[in-house]
Design a protein around this ligand. Sequence first.
Ligand SMILES: *Cc1c(COP(=O)(O)O)cnc(C)c1O
Length: 403
Amino acid sequence: MDINKIREDYPILQRQIEGRPLIYLDNAATSQTPRPVVEAIEQMYYRYKANVHRGVHTLSQEATDMVELTREKVRAFINAGSIQEVIFTRGTTEGINLVASSFGQMLESGDEIIVSVMEHHSNIVPWQLIGQRKRVTLRVVPINERGEVDMQSYEDLFSDNTRFVAVAHVSNVLGSINPVKRMIEIAHSHGVPALVDGAQAAPHVQVDVQQLDCDFYAFSSHKMYGPAGVGILYGKRYWLEQMPPYQGGGEMIGQVSFERTTFAELPFKFEAGTPDFVDIAAFGAAIDYIQSLGIDNIAAHERELLNAAVDGLMSIEGMRLFGTSLNKSGVVSFLVNDISSYDMGLLLDKLGIAVRTGHHCAQPLMARYGVTGMVRASFAVYNTLDEVAAFVAATRRVADMLR
Ligand SMILES: *Cc1c(COP(=O)(O)O)cnc(C)c1O
Protein backbone atom coordinates (compact mmCIF):
# COMPACT_ATOMS: atom_id res chain seq x y z
CA MET A 1 0.00 0.00 0.00
CA ASP A 2 1.20 3.48 -0.87
CA ILE A 3 0.26 5.41 2.27
CA ASN A 4 1.11 8.79 0.79
CA LYS A 5 -1.25 8.10 -2.08
CA ILE A 6 -3.92 6.93 0.37
CA ARG A 7 -3.51 10.16 2.35
CA GLU A 8 -4.40 12.22 -0.71
CA ASP A 9 -7.96 10.99 -0.34
CA TYR A 10 -8.26 12.73 3.06
CA PRO A 11 -8.23 16.54 2.72
CA ILE A 12 -8.58 16.86 6.51
CA LEU A 13 -5.07 15.42 6.93
CA GLN A 14 -3.73 18.60 5.27
CA ARG A 15 -4.99 20.71 8.15
CA GLN A 16 -2.67 22.56 10.50
CA ILE A 17 -3.33 22.66 14.23
CA GLU A 18 -1.52 25.37 16.19
CA GLY A 19 0.63 25.96 13.11
CA ARG A 20 1.72 22.34 12.88
CA PRO A 21 0.55 19.52 10.62
CA LEU A 22 -2.34 17.60 12.15
CA ILE A 23 -1.41 14.12 13.37
CA TYR A 24 -4.72 12.39 13.88
CA LEU A 25 -4.43 9.51 16.36
CA ASP A 26 -8.01 9.33 17.63
CA ASN A 27 -9.22 6.76 15.14
CA ALA A 28 -10.81 4.51 17.74
CA ALA A 29 -13.24 7.36 18.47
CA THR A 30 -13.94 8.00 14.81
CA SER A 31 -11.90 7.57 11.66
CA GLN A 32 -11.61 10.12 8.88
CA THR A 33 -13.59 9.76 5.67
CA PRO A 34 -11.99 9.36 2.23
CA ARG A 35 -13.19 11.13 -0.91
CA PRO A 36 -15.09 8.19 -2.46
CA VAL A 37 -17.32 8.06 0.63
CA VAL A 38 -17.87 11.82 0.75
CA GLU A 39 -18.60 11.76 -2.98
CA ALA A 40 -21.16 9.01 -2.44
CA ILE A 41 -22.94 11.26 0.09
CA GLU A 42 -22.86 14.10 -2.41
CA GLN A 43 -24.26 11.87 -5.14
CA MET A 44 -27.11 10.81 -2.90
CA TYR A 45 -28.08 14.43 -2.30
CA TYR A 46 -27.52 15.62 -5.86
CA ARG A 47 -29.04 12.69 -7.76
CA TYR A 48 -30.87 10.10 -5.71
CA LYS A 49 -32.56 11.66 -2.68
CA ALA A 50 -35.97 10.10 -2.17
CA ASN A 51 -37.58 8.10 0.62
CA VAL A 52 -36.88 4.41 0.40
CA HIS A 53 -39.02 1.26 0.29
CA ARG A 54 -42.14 3.31 -0.45
CA GLY A 55 -42.37 5.11 -3.72
CA VAL A 56 -43.08 3.65 -7.12
CA HIS A 57 -41.27 6.54 -8.75
CA THR A 58 -37.79 6.13 -10.22
CA LEU A 59 -35.93 8.15 -7.63
CA SER A 60 -37.41 6.20 -4.74
CA GLN A 61 -36.58 2.92 -6.41
CA GLU A 62 -33.02 4.00 -7.12
CA ALA A 63 -32.51 5.16 -3.52
CA THR A 64 -33.97 1.86 -2.29
CA ASP A 65 -31.60 -0.04 -4.56
CA MET A 66 -28.62 1.84 -3.10
CA VAL A 67 -29.65 1.02 0.47
CA GLU A 68 -30.26 -2.61 -0.37
CA LEU A 69 -26.96 -2.78 -2.26
CA THR A 70 -25.18 -1.67 0.92
CA ARG A 71 -27.06 -4.32 2.86
CA GLU A 72 -25.70 -6.95 0.50
CA LYS A 73 -22.18 -5.48 0.74
CA VAL A 74 -22.38 -5.66 4.54
CA ARG A 75 -23.67 -9.22 4.36
CA ALA A 76 -20.69 -10.24 2.25
CA PHE A 77 -18.27 -8.20 4.41
CA ILE A 78 -19.20 -10.10 7.58
CA ASN A 79 -20.22 -13.29 5.77
CA ALA A 80 -23.75 -13.33 7.13
CA GLY A 81 -25.93 -16.12 5.74
CA SER A 82 -28.73 -13.81 4.60
CA ILE A 83 -29.51 -10.12 4.11
CA GLN A 84 -32.50 -10.71 6.40
CA GLU A 85 -29.99 -10.92 9.25
CA VAL A 86 -28.46 -7.50 8.50
CA ILE A 87 -30.27 -4.64 10.28
CA PHE A 88 -29.43 -0.97 9.79
CA THR A 89 -29.15 1.02 13.03
CA ARG A 90 -27.68 4.36 14.04
CA GLY A 91 -24.57 2.71 15.45
CA THR A 92 -23.18 0.08 17.77
CA THR A 93 -24.96 1.69 20.71
CA GLU A 94 -28.35 1.42 19.08
CA GLY A 95 -27.67 -2.14 17.98
CA ILE A 96 -26.89 -3.24 21.53
CA ASN A 97 -29.88 -1.32 22.91
CA LEU A 98 -32.07 -3.05 20.35
CA VAL A 99 -30.96 -6.48 21.53
CA ALA A 100 -31.04 -5.57 25.24
CA SER A 101 -34.52 -4.13 24.87
CA SER A 102 -36.06 -6.80 22.60
CA PHE A 103 -34.26 -9.92 23.73
CA GLY A 104 -34.52 -8.48 27.23
CA GLN A 105 -38.29 -8.79 27.11
CA MET A 106 -37.82 -12.55 27.08
CA LEU A 107 -35.79 -12.45 30.33
CA GLU A 108 -37.17 -13.17 33.78
CA SER A 109 -36.39 -12.22 37.34
CA GLY A 110 -33.27 -14.03 38.60
CA ASP A 111 -31.71 -14.42 35.16
CA GLU A 112 -28.05 -13.49 34.68
CA ILE A 113 -26.12 -11.77 31.91
CA ILE A 114 -22.34 -12.07 31.56
CA VAL A 115 -20.26 -9.09 30.40
CA SER A 116 -16.53 -8.37 30.76
CA VAL A 117 -14.87 -5.67 32.83
CA MET A 118 -13.38 -4.13 29.67
CA GLU A 119 -16.74 -3.32 28.06
CA HIS A 120 -17.57 0.09 26.64
CA HIS A 121 -20.45 1.76 28.51
CA SER A 122 -22.68 0.94 25.52
CA ASN A 123 -22.27 -2.74 26.29
CA ILE A 124 -22.95 -2.27 30.02
CA VAL A 125 -25.67 0.33 30.52
CA PRO A 126 -28.31 -1.15 28.15
CA TRP A 127 -28.02 -4.42 30.09
CA GLN A 128 -28.33 -2.57 33.39
CA LEU A 129 -31.44 -0.77 32.16
CA ILE A 130 -33.20 -3.98 31.20
CA GLY A 131 -31.71 -5.62 34.29
CA GLN A 132 -33.37 -3.11 36.57
CA ARG A 133 -36.75 -3.60 34.92
CA LYS A 134 -36.53 -7.37 34.88
CA ARG A 135 -34.48 -7.95 38.05
CA VAL A 136 -31.71 -9.51 36.01
CA THR A 137 -28.15 -9.34 37.33
CA LEU A 138 -24.88 -8.70 35.54
CA ARG A 139 -21.94 -11.02 36.15
CA VAL A 140 -18.56 -9.54 35.23
CA VAL A 141 -15.61 -11.43 33.71
CA PRO A 142 -12.28 -10.17 35.10
CA ILE A 143 -9.08 -9.63 33.10
CA ASN A 144 -5.42 -10.23 33.87
CA GLU A 145 -2.72 -7.52 34.10
CA ARG A 146 -2.04 -7.73 30.36
CA GLY A 147 -5.65 -6.91 29.68
CA GLU A 148 -6.78 -10.35 28.57
CA VAL A 149 -10.05 -12.03 29.51
CA ASP A 150 -9.59 -14.53 32.34
CA MET A 151 -11.06 -17.57 30.60
CA GLN A 152 -11.22 -19.75 33.70
CA SER A 153 -13.26 -17.13 35.57
CA TYR A 154 -15.44 -16.74 32.50
CA GLU A 155 -16.29 -20.44 32.48
CA ASP A 156 -16.90 -20.36 36.23
CA LEU A 157 -19.42 -17.52 35.88
CA PHE A 158 -21.94 -19.70 34.07
CA SER A 159 -24.82 -20.93 36.19
CA ASP A 160 -28.26 -22.39 35.55
CA ASN A 161 -29.51 -18.80 35.48
CA THR A 162 -27.17 -17.52 32.75
CA ARG A 163 -29.26 -16.29 29.80
CA PHE A 164 -26.95 -14.08 27.76
CA VAL A 165 -23.31 -13.14 27.10
CA ALA A 166 -22.24 -9.71 25.76
CA VAL A 167 -18.53 -9.09 25.07
CA ALA A 168 -16.29 -6.84 23.02
CA HIS A 169 -14.42 -8.38 20.10
CA VAL A 170 -11.67 -5.78 20.50
CA SER A 171 -11.27 -3.46 23.51
CA ASN A 172 -11.40 0.25 22.66
CA VAL A 173 -8.91 0.96 25.47
CA LEU A 174 -6.58 -2.03 25.68
CA GLY A 175 -6.70 -3.09 22.05
CA SER A 176 -6.96 -6.70 23.22
CA ILE A 177 -8.47 -8.95 20.58
CA ASN A 178 -10.61 -11.23 22.70
CA PRO A 179 -10.97 -14.96 22.01
CA VAL A 180 -14.63 -14.44 21.16
CA LYS A 181 -14.97 -17.59 19.08
CA ARG A 182 -13.98 -19.68 22.08
CA MET A 183 -16.15 -17.56 24.40
CA ILE A 184 -19.16 -18.07 22.15
CA GLU A 185 -18.48 -21.81 22.01
CA ILE A 186 -18.48 -21.95 25.80
CA ALA A 187 -21.70 -19.89 25.99
CA HIS A 188 -23.37 -22.22 23.48
CA SER A 189 -22.28 -25.27 25.43
CA HIS A 190 -24.44 -23.82 28.23
CA GLY A 191 -27.29 -23.09 25.80
CA VAL A 192 -26.65 -19.34 26.08
CA PRO A 193 -26.60 -16.94 23.11
CA ALA A 194 -23.86 -14.32 22.74
CA LEU A 195 -23.62 -10.77 21.40
CA VAL A 196 -20.29 -9.40 20.20
CA ASP A 197 -19.58 -5.66 20.31
CA GLY A 198 -17.57 -5.34 17.12
CA ALA A 199 -17.15 -1.54 17.05
CA GLN A 200 -13.35 -1.81 17.28
CA ALA A 201 -13.02 -5.01 15.32
CA ALA A 202 -14.87 -4.36 12.07
CA PRO A 203 -12.36 -1.71 10.87
CA HIS A 204 -9.30 -3.81 11.73
CA VAL A 205 -9.95 -7.55 11.73
CA GLN A 206 -11.61 -9.91 9.31
CA VAL A 207 -15.07 -10.59 10.73
CA ASP A 208 -16.93 -13.77 9.79
CA VAL A 209 -20.12 -14.07 11.80
CA GLN A 210 -20.78 -17.61 10.65
CA GLN A 211 -17.31 -18.75 11.59
CA LEU A 212 -17.61 -16.99 14.98
CA ASP A 213 -21.12 -18.45 15.29
CA CYS A 214 -22.15 -15.33 17.25
CA ASP A 215 -25.86 -14.73 17.76
CA PHE A 216 -25.52 -10.94 17.41
CA TYR A 217 -22.75 -8.67 16.14
CA ALA A 218 -22.91 -4.86 16.33
CA PHE A 219 -20.66 -2.21 14.74
CA SER A 220 -20.53 1.41 13.52
CA SER A 221 -19.83 2.89 10.10
CA HIS A 222 -18.09 6.02 11.40
CA LYS A 223 -15.18 4.03 12.87
CA MET A 224 -14.53 2.30 9.55
CA TYR A 225 -14.05 5.22 7.13
CA GLY A 226 -17.81 5.56 6.66
CA PRO A 227 -20.25 8.32 7.54
CA ALA A 228 -21.61 8.88 11.05
CA GLY A 229 -25.15 7.91 11.93
CA VAL A 230 -25.13 4.37 10.54
CA GLY A 231 -24.52 1.08 12.27
CA ILE A 232 -25.14 -2.57 11.66
CA LEU A 233 -26.69 -5.18 13.82
CA TYR A 234 -26.25 -8.72 12.62
CA GLY A 235 -28.58 -11.18 14.30
CA LYS A 236 -29.29 -14.83 13.71
CA ARG A 237 -32.67 -15.24 12.08
CA TYR A 238 -33.59 -17.78 14.79
CA TRP A 239 -33.47 -15.05 17.45
CA LEU A 240 -34.69 -12.14 15.35
CA GLU A 241 -37.87 -14.04 14.52
CA GLN A 242 -38.63 -14.69 18.19
CA MET A 243 -37.78 -11.20 19.43
CA PRO A 244 -40.47 -8.51 19.63
CA PRO A 245 -39.89 -5.33 17.59
CA TYR A 246 -37.69 -2.64 19.13
CA GLN A 247 -39.45 0.51 17.92
CA GLY A 248 -42.81 0.90 16.25
CA GLY A 249 -43.58 3.07 13.27
CA GLY A 250 -43.54 3.13 9.51
CA GLU A 251 -41.58 0.55 7.54
CA MET A 252 -41.68 -2.13 10.25
CA ILE A 253 -45.33 -3.12 9.85
CA GLY A 254 -47.30 -5.64 7.82
CA GLN A 255 -50.90 -4.55 8.40
CA VAL A 256 -52.03 -1.90 10.88
CA SER A 257 -55.45 -1.53 12.39
CA PHE A 258 -56.49 -0.28 15.80
CA GLU A 259 -57.38 -3.82 16.80
CA ARG A 260 -54.25 -5.57 15.67
CA THR A 261 -50.97 -4.84 13.92
CA THR A 262 -48.72 -7.37 12.22
CA PHE A 263 -45.04 -6.78 11.61
CA ALA A 264 -42.93 -6.74 8.49
CA GLU A 265 -40.58 -9.53 7.50
CA LEU A 266 -36.93 -9.41 8.56
CA PRO A 267 -34.94 -7.26 8.51
CA PHE A 268 -37.61 -4.53 8.23
CA LYS A 269 -39.33 -5.60 11.45
CA PHE A 270 -36.41 -3.93 13.24
CA GLU A 271 -36.13 -0.84 11.03
CA ALA A 272 -38.91 1.52 12.10
CA GLY A 273 -39.11 4.88 10.39
CA THR A 274 -37.10 6.41 7.56
CA PRO A 275 -33.54 5.16 7.80
CA ASP A 276 -30.50 7.37 7.17
CA PHE A 277 -30.56 6.27 3.53
CA VAL A 278 -27.98 8.86 2.44
CA ASP A 279 -25.34 7.62 4.82
CA ILE A 280 -26.29 3.98 4.42
CA ALA A 281 -25.66 4.30 0.69
CA ALA A 282 -22.32 6.00 1.39
CA PHE A 283 -21.40 3.28 3.89
CA GLY A 284 -21.43 0.93 0.91
CA ALA A 285 -18.62 3.04 -0.56
CA ALA A 286 -16.69 2.71 2.70
CA ILE A 287 -16.93 -1.06 2.55
CA ASP A 288 -15.73 -0.99 -1.05
CA TYR A 289 -12.85 1.20 0.12
CA ILE A 290 -11.79 -1.24 2.86
CA GLN A 291 -12.14 -4.19 0.48
CA SER A 292 -10.03 -2.45 -2.16
CA LEU A 293 -7.19 -1.93 0.32
CA GLY A 294 -7.66 -5.35 1.92
CA ILE A 295 -8.40 -5.62 5.62
CA ASP A 296 -5.33 -7.82 6.16
CA ASN A 297 -3.10 -5.15 4.59
CA ILE A 298 -4.71 -2.50 6.78
CA ALA A 299 -4.17 -4.66 9.87
CA ALA A 300 -0.53 -5.36 8.97
CA HIS A 301 0.19 -1.66 8.50
CA GLU A 302 -1.49 -0.76 11.79
CA ARG A 303 0.47 -3.52 13.50
CA GLU A 304 3.70 -1.91 12.30
CA LEU A 305 2.56 1.46 13.64
CA LEU A 306 1.57 -0.11 16.95
CA ASN A 307 4.93 -1.84 17.38
CA ALA A 308 6.80 1.38 16.63
CA ALA A 309 4.62 3.32 19.08
CA VAL A 310 5.05 0.75 21.86
CA ASP A 311 8.83 0.57 21.36
CA GLY A 312 9.11 4.35 21.36
CA LEU A 313 6.82 4.97 24.32
CA MET A 314 8.52 2.29 26.43
CA SER A 315 11.78 4.23 26.25
CA ILE A 316 10.16 7.17 28.08
CA GLU A 317 10.89 7.20 31.80
CA GLY A 318 7.83 6.64 33.99
CA MET A 319 5.78 5.18 31.13
CA ARG A 320 2.94 2.84 32.05
CA LEU A 321 1.20 1.01 29.19
CA PHE A 322 -2.26 -0.50 29.64
CA GLY A 323 -3.07 -3.53 27.54
CA THR A 324 -0.07 -5.60 26.57
CA SER A 325 -1.83 -8.59 25.09
CA LEU A 326 0.10 -10.19 22.26
CA ASN A 327 -3.08 -10.36 20.25
CA LYS A 328 -3.72 -6.64 20.04
CA SER A 329 -5.04 -4.13 17.52
CA GLY A 330 -3.65 -0.65 16.82
CA VAL A 331 -4.56 1.01 20.10
CA VAL A 332 -2.07 2.13 22.76
CA SER A 333 -3.22 3.54 26.11
CA PHE A 334 -0.80 4.93 28.66
CA LEU A 335 0.04 7.27 31.51
CA VAL A 336 3.40 8.85 32.33
CA ASN A 337 4.21 9.16 36.02
CA ASP A 338 1.30 10.99 37.64
CA ILE A 339 0.69 13.37 34.73
CA SER A 340 -3.07 13.55 34.18
CA SER A 341 -4.34 12.31 30.85
CA TYR A 342 -5.98 15.72 30.24
CA ASP A 343 -2.73 17.66 30.69
CA MET A 344 -0.94 15.25 28.39
CA GLY A 345 -3.73 15.46 25.79
CA LEU A 346 -3.91 19.26 25.89
CA LEU A 347 -0.18 19.67 25.45
CA LEU A 348 -0.02 17.08 22.68
CA ASP A 349 -2.77 19.03 20.92
CA LYS A 350 -0.57 22.15 21.07
CA LEU A 351 1.94 20.09 19.12
CA GLY A 352 -0.68 19.17 16.50
CA ILE A 353 -1.37 15.68 17.83
CA ALA A 354 -4.94 14.51 18.40
CA VAL A 355 -5.20 11.77 21.02
CA ARG A 356 -8.03 10.73 23.28
CA THR A 357 -7.95 11.34 27.04
CA GLY A 358 -10.15 10.43 30.01
CA HIS A 359 -12.13 7.30 30.78
CA HIS A 360 -12.88 6.24 27.18
CA CYS A 361 -16.47 5.27 28.07
CA ALA A 362 -15.03 2.44 30.16
CA GLN A 363 -15.11 3.61 33.78
CA PRO A 364 -15.25 0.08 35.26
CA LEU A 365 -12.05 -0.70 33.34
CA MET A 366 -10.40 2.49 34.67
CA ALA A 367 -11.40 1.39 38.18
CA ARG A 368 -9.89 -2.05 37.48
CA TYR A 369 -6.52 -0.36 36.86
CA GLY A 370 -7.02 2.13 39.70
CA VAL A 371 -6.91 5.21 37.44
CA THR A 372 -9.49 7.79 36.38
CA GLY A 373 -8.24 8.21 32.85
CA MET A 374 -5.61 7.29 30.27
CA VAL A 375 -4.12 8.79 27.13
CA ARG A 376 -4.98 6.77 24.04
CA ALA A 377 -3.45 6.83 20.57
CA SER A 378 -5.18 4.71 17.95
CA PHE A 379 -4.18 4.14 14.36
CA ALA A 380 -5.80 3.93 10.95
CA VAL A 381 -4.56 3.04 7.49
CA TYR A 382 -3.53 6.63 6.65
CA ASN A 383 -1.17 7.05 9.64
CA THR A 384 2.57 6.87 8.99
CA LEU A 385 5.68 5.77 10.86
CA ASP A 386 6.83 9.41 10.72
CA GLU A 387 3.68 10.43 12.54
CA VAL A 388 4.28 7.78 15.17
CA ALA A 389 7.85 9.01 15.65
CA ALA A 390 6.59 12.60 16.01
CA PHE A 391 3.97 11.44 18.51
CA VAL A 392 6.55 9.58 20.61
CA ALA A 393 8.92 12.57 20.54
CA ALA A 394 6.11 14.92 21.54
CA THR A 395 5.04 12.64 24.39
CA ARG A 396 8.62 12.56 25.63
CA ARG A 397 8.81 16.34 25.41
CA VAL A 398 5.58 16.83 27.38
CA ALA A 399 6.67 14.24 29.96
CA ASP A 400 9.99 16.06 30.47
CA MET A 401 8.18 19.38 30.73
CA LEU A 402 5.77 18.15 33.42
CA ARG A 403 8.19 15.96 35.31
C1 LIG B 1 -17.29 3.31 19.89
C2 LIG B 1 -17.66 2.08 20.59
C3 LIG B 1 -18.99 1.79 20.91
C4 LIG B 1 -20.11 2.76 20.61
O1 LIG B 1 -20.20 3.03 19.26
P1 LIG B 1 -21.14 4.21 18.75
O2 LIG B 1 -20.74 4.38 17.34
O3 LIG B 1 -20.83 5.41 19.60
O4 LIG B 1 -22.54 3.76 18.92
C5 LIG B 1 -19.27 0.61 21.53
N1 LIG B 1 -18.30 -0.27 21.83
C6 LIG B 1 -17.01 -0.04 21.54
C7 LIG B 1 -15.99 -1.07 21.87
C8 LIG B 1 -16.65 1.15 20.93
O5 LIG B 1 -15.37 1.39 20.66
